[in-house]
Design a protein around this ligand. Sequence first.
Ligand code: NOJ
Ligand code: CA
Length: 728
Amino acid sequence: MKTKILLSALLLLCGMVNAQNLKSPDGKLECDYGVENGRPFYSLKKNGVTIIDKSFLGFVFTPNAAEPYTFKKTVDNSDVDFYSGFEQKGVKNSSFKETWKPVWGEESEILNSYNEATVTFTQKTSGKSFDVCFRLFDDGLGFRYEFPVQKNFAYFVVKHELTEFKLSSDNTAWWIPGDYDSQEYQYTECKVSEIQKNFYKQVRDNASQTFFSENGVQTPLLMKTADGKNFILIHEAALVDYSCMHLEFIPKDNKFISHLTPDALGNACYMQTPCKTPWRTITVTDNAAGILSSRLTLNLNEPCAYEDVSWIKPVKYVGVWWEMITNKSSWSYTDEFSSVRLGATDFKTAKPNGRHGANNQNVKKYIDFAAKNGFDAVLVEGWNIGWEDWFGFSKDEVFDFVTPYPDFDVKMLNDYAHSKGVKIIMHHETSSSIRNYERQMDTAFKFMQHFGYSAVKTGYVGNIVPRGEHHYGQWLVNHYLYNLKKAAEYKICVNGHEAVRPTGLCRTYPNLIGNESAAGTEYESFGGNNIEHTCILPFTRLIGGPMDYTPGIFEMDLSKVAPDNTSHVNSTLAGQLALYVTMYSPLQMAADLVENYERFPDAFQFIKDVAVDWQKSLYLEADPMRFVTIARKAKNSENWFLGSKTGLYDRVSSVKLDFLDADKQYVATIYADAPNADYKTNPQSYKITKGLVNSKTVLNLKTVKGGGYAVSLIPANANDLKSLKKLK
Ligand code: NOJ
Ligand code: CA
């Protein structure tokens, strides 16, 4: 022991280890940082217990002809070492506390409070530096690299970022495989030491992806320490002008190391000082509910960039969509295949296939349904020419985003919708041809503005053109932001599918009202999502921003929707209702067909009633993959909504309604799995119970695996008090 202390003292004296310390505002989290043997490091403790052990920081750069480098080469002599030979030069400390109001969100006010240390690390041989800005909150750490303007250090190319996350135990992890182009996977739960063993477990046969490592996973990565005392979430915040970070597990060191998405040349990021990386984030909470209530990712993003946000509105919508996804109808107007780009005139003579979903009559049906049931909008896909051979051919020019098929009358339908107080949501499937989309973008947004569209769903299906680029590379990250800012110039909101997973940018650019970036409901039509899927997404994918999950499927047997569809929706009907509360989004779809809602008007009532913007959210029960129960109070209203989604196992959810106003009685309408419900064999078995409740009521509700329940809680009026009984 004595020798150990002496050795530490000696190392400190020699300047080999030099650690300093930052504490969270409540003093419970501590971040040590410093330099050991020339390598910058950090570590994170909670209540004195190590959460992230000593982890090193740094980079490997690609030699850059534009810059007279004085860096030394890495060991293999090909790249540039910007990770060794450092010393710590200075520290600037500060504290910050504010409360800010998001334009839309899970709550109307967010506390942002942290202590900060910006530490300068200088490489002795090159004389060049980076700063690391550490921000320590009560619920976690964010840090980023900053590169100030320096002599002979203007342009540089990041090949690898060497940020480590050294774990303190064999944590349990909930993860999806590292892929540069897609997050559309089911999750695996296992010990980090067993990631490799389980790597292909959830990779479906039709996935054509190649993976960078059999220990490579995506963020947000949720973990639980082996003693069960802490939940940890690793992600990034404010991904701007940089490539997306994955994590590679290194078993021998029990650590993850960052892995950046490369471009077609194998480089990750092209940088010019002054510049900074996104924040690397480590959220640490006592329980899983804490991960849901943390606002660390949003807090690390910049405040809203727009002065006028009056045009940004939450949206509840229906759409001409599920019928194409299930193959009941088609996006394309003809079945005639073309090796050239078809023009508008070609369709005058083309033979219609008789299955085109986006036709005037069908779209009007959805508009009528939306108007009758209080929906804000109707999404229409397959309205524009190009769908005959849009996918799989790496075509540069597919869609022009302005030319409708002959049976879709843009003006008539928009006028019709507007006359009924409904908007049509535009669809820009880019087929991942970025050059084509960027060329057309202004014209496409002007077209939208002219006809009165205020939101667009974008899509990036297939391999990126330019070929060799990836959905999560710096080049594409810049494209998504360009699209968002450009849309804002036209006061247009964006819902991006297949784009990089979000990192809280919706704080800065709140017209980003949704993203997909995970396996959504569409997978229920492609073989089915796992029953636990919606009980893990809130702890992972949703941490960076809302998901357009498109819930609300009432007909689970898809052969009843489209004869050749053999897929089954792995959920009960009541479970689908729960998702409107548990899967937070300011953009919520009622995704099923009109006729399926008309069969279950009493259950559909919940979708009509549920709010999409919230004053307060309470995370009542949470266990990843098993269950999640959330209560939310609607913004500018006294109404509450409760949702509980059940994953892997049947259970009884027990919820105290002590969040209700003590002096009020409420009408509770409970939409729950009936006792004989079964997600496979009897999914439409639900029970609706209505009665009076108050803040003393405790609900004990049985749910089945893959099921759930939803409750609306509306202040009672005199009539309700007379006519309804108290719920027991
Ligand atoms: C994939 C999207 O996730 C889906 O919603 C859309 O309908 C298709 N691409 C076609 O763009
Ligand atoms: Ca998708």
